[in-house]
Design a protein around this ligand. Structure first.
Ligand code: B12
Ligand code: SF4
Ligand code: SF4
Length: 381
C-alpha cells in the first residue's frame, strides 16, 4: 500500500506508520494527528506539575519559550511545523524476578530497563542502552518514510526530545496513564520504552483510534507500595521523592528522611510497576537488542562496592547505569547497605564516611548509624 494516496500528498495513515514501525522491531505503534483532543488538558497538567516544583533539578523539563510557555507542554511549541507524531513501544519485560520478590539480604536492585545487552559481531554480549538501540530504529523508520514521500520535516527521539512521550502515547491509543503515571498497554503492560517521530506529515483522515480506557479501577497497589511516598495521589508523582530520580538524576547528597524508603534500590526503581497486575499477564519481550544481563539482576552489593572507576566503566560503558556516575552509584550502594541490617558492610562504609564526595559521605554516615555501628569520628563531628 502506498503512503501517499491521491488527494493526500505528504500524508500518512496509522496503518502504514504502524506497519513500518513493526518492521523496525517495535512491538506496537500508533499515530497522533496534531493538535490532538486532550492536548490542552495535558498542557495544563504539565504546567501545574512544573509549577509546584515536581521536576526537582531536572531543569530541562522546565525550559520556557520566548513567550513564556513551557517548551514541552505542546509539541507545536518546539516544532511549529509538526502535524503528526508516530509513537512506538518496545517491550523490555523478561522472565527474571521482580524487585518485590524475595532476594538475598545482601543484594541490591538495578531497574529492569537498565539490564539490557545485545550480541556484538563476534557474538559476545555487550551492554546496550535503549536510547541508542531504539533511536537507530527510529532513524531507519524516518529514512523509509523519506524514501516513500520525499521531503518533509521530521525529528526522531527516544526519551531525550522536548516532548511528553507518555501523553503522546496515550493520544496514539497505545495505552492508558496508570495511577503510577506509567503508560500501560492493555496486553504488553508497562515495561516498555517509548520512541517518537515528530513529522510535518498530515495524518490521514482515517477513523481515529479509540482511546484505551483507564483500567486501574479501584486498584491502588502502586500507591500503597511506593516506599518514599512519591505517588502523592493517583496519577500524580512528586519526582523529587521518586527513587528513580534520587538514584539516577539527583547529584549530591540525598535527603536523609528518604534514605530508609530507598531500600535496596541502587539504580532506578521498579516497585510501582512490579506490583501492577497489568504486568503479571504481560508477555516476555523477544527483543534481541534488549536481553537481560544476568549479573545485573539482584546484584551483590559487595560486587558493586568493590568496583573502582575502571571496573565501573568496563561494566557499565554503553549501559544506562553509567548515567548515575561512579560516585552516584557508590552513594546509592551505601544507602542500600544501610538498609540491609548486615553489619559486615561497615568495612566499606567506614572509609566512605570520610569521602570527599558529600553525597557519598552523607550516605555512608547515615548507613553506619542505621547499622548501629559507630562512625569513625572526624574533625567535623
Ligand atoms: C522526567 C522523567 C522521569 C522522572 C519523572 C517521572 C514522572 N512521572 O514524571 C523520573 C526520573 C522520576 C522518571 C522515572 C521513571 N521513568 Co522516566 N521519564 C522522564 C521523561 C524524560 C519526562 C517525563 C515527564 O515529562 N514528566 C512530567 C509529567 C507531568 O509527565 P508524565 O508523567 O509523562 O504525565 C503526562 C501524562 O501521563 C498525562 N497525565 C498526567 N497526569 C494525568 C492524570 C490523568 C488522570 C490522566 C488520564 C493523564 C495524566 O499528562 C502528563 C502531562 O502531559 C520521559 C521521557 C519523555 N520525554 O517523555 C521518561 C519516561 C516517562 N520514563 C520512563 C521510564 C521507563 C521510567 C522508569 C520506569 C525508570 C525506572 N525503572 O526507574 C521510572 C518510572 C517512574 C514512574 N512511576 O513514572 C519511560 C516510561 C515508559 C512507560 N511505559 O510509561 C519514558 C517515557 C522514557 C522512554 N522513552 O521510554 N522518569
Ligand atoms: S518508581 Fe519507585 S519511588 Fe518512584 S513512584 Fe514508583 S515505587 Fe515510588
Ligand atoms: S498498580 Fe493498580 S492502580 Fe497502579 S497502575 Fe497498576 S492497575 Fe493502576
Amino acid at each position: 500500500m502506498s503512503v501517499d494516496e491521491p488527494g493526500h500528498a505528504h500524508s500518512l495513515s496509522t496503518e502504514r506508520a504502524r506497519q513500518l514501525a513493526l518492521e523496525q522491531g517495535f512491538a506496537e505503534a500508533g499515530l497522533v494527528a496534531l493538535p490532538y483532543a486532550e492536548e490542552a488538558q495535558d498542557a495544563t497538567r504539565y504546567a501545574q506539575w512544573v509549577q509546584v516544583g515536581r521536576a526537582g533539578s531536572m531543569h530541562y523539563l522546565t525550559r520556557t519559550a520566548e513567550d513564556g510557555q513551557l517548551v514541552r507542554s505542546r509539541v507545536g511549541i518546539p516544532f511549529p511545523w509538526a502535524r503528526s507524531v508516530i509513537v512506538c513501544f518496545a517491550g523490555y519485560h523478561c522472565a527474571q524476578p521482580r524487585s518485590t520478590d524475595a532476594a538475598a539480604p545482601t543484594a541490591g536492585w538495578i531497574a529492569r530497563y537498565a539490564w539490557s545487552s545485545r550480541a556484538d559481531i563476534a557474538g559476545a554480549r555487550r551492554p546496550s542502552d535503549y536510547h541508542k538501540v531504539l533511536l537507530k530504529r527510529m532513524r531507519a523508520l524516518e529514512e523509509r518514510l523519506h524514501g516513500e514521500l520525499g521531503e518533509f520535516e521530521s525529528r526522531a527521539y527516544v526519551d531525550t526530545g522536548p516532548v511528553v512521550e507518555r501523553a503522546l502515547a496515550t493520544a496514539a491509543g497505545l495505552g492508558w496513564t496508570g495511577k503510577n503515571t506509567c503508560l500501560i498497554h492493555p496486553k504488553l503492560g508497562s515495561y516498555g520504552f517509548l520512541a517518537v517521530l515528530v513529522t510535518s506529515l498530515e495524518a490521514q483522515a482515517v477513523p481515529a483510534q479509540l482511546p484505551v480506557t483507564d483500567r486501574c479501577g479501584s486498584c491502588r497497589r502502586c500507591l500503597d507500595a511506593c516506599p518514599t511516598g512519591a505517588l502523592i495521589a493517583p496519577y500524580q508523582m512528586d519526582a523529587t521523592r521518586c527513587i528513580s530520580y534520587l538514584t539516577i538524576e539527583h547529584k549530591g547528597p540525598i535527603a536523609v528522611e528518604l534514605m530508609e524508603g530507598m531500600g535496596r534500590q541502587v539504580f532506578g526503581c521498579d516497585i510501582c510497576q512490579d506490583v501492577c497486575p497489568w504486568n503479571r499477564k504481560a508477555p516476555v519481550s523477544a527483543d534481541e537488542e534488549l536481553v537481560a544481563r544476568a549479573e545485573l539482576v539482584n546484584p551483590a552489593l559487595e560486587w558493586l562496592a568493590q568496583m573502582d572507576m575502571s571496573t565501573f566503566e568496563q561494566t557499565f560503558n554503553g549501559s544506562p547505569v553509567r548515567r548515575a556516575g561512579f560516585m552516584g552509584l557508590r552513594r546509592n550502594v551505601a544507602i542500600a547497605m544501610g538498609n540491609t541490617g548486615v553489619r559486615l558492610f561497615a568495612r566499606w562504609l567506614h572509609p566512605w564516611a570520610e569521602a570527599a564526595d558529600e553525597g557519598l559521605r552523607t550516605a555512608a554516615r547515615w548507613a553506619l548509624e542505621r547499622l548501629d555501628v559507630q562512625a569513625v569520628p572526624t574533625e567535623n563531628q
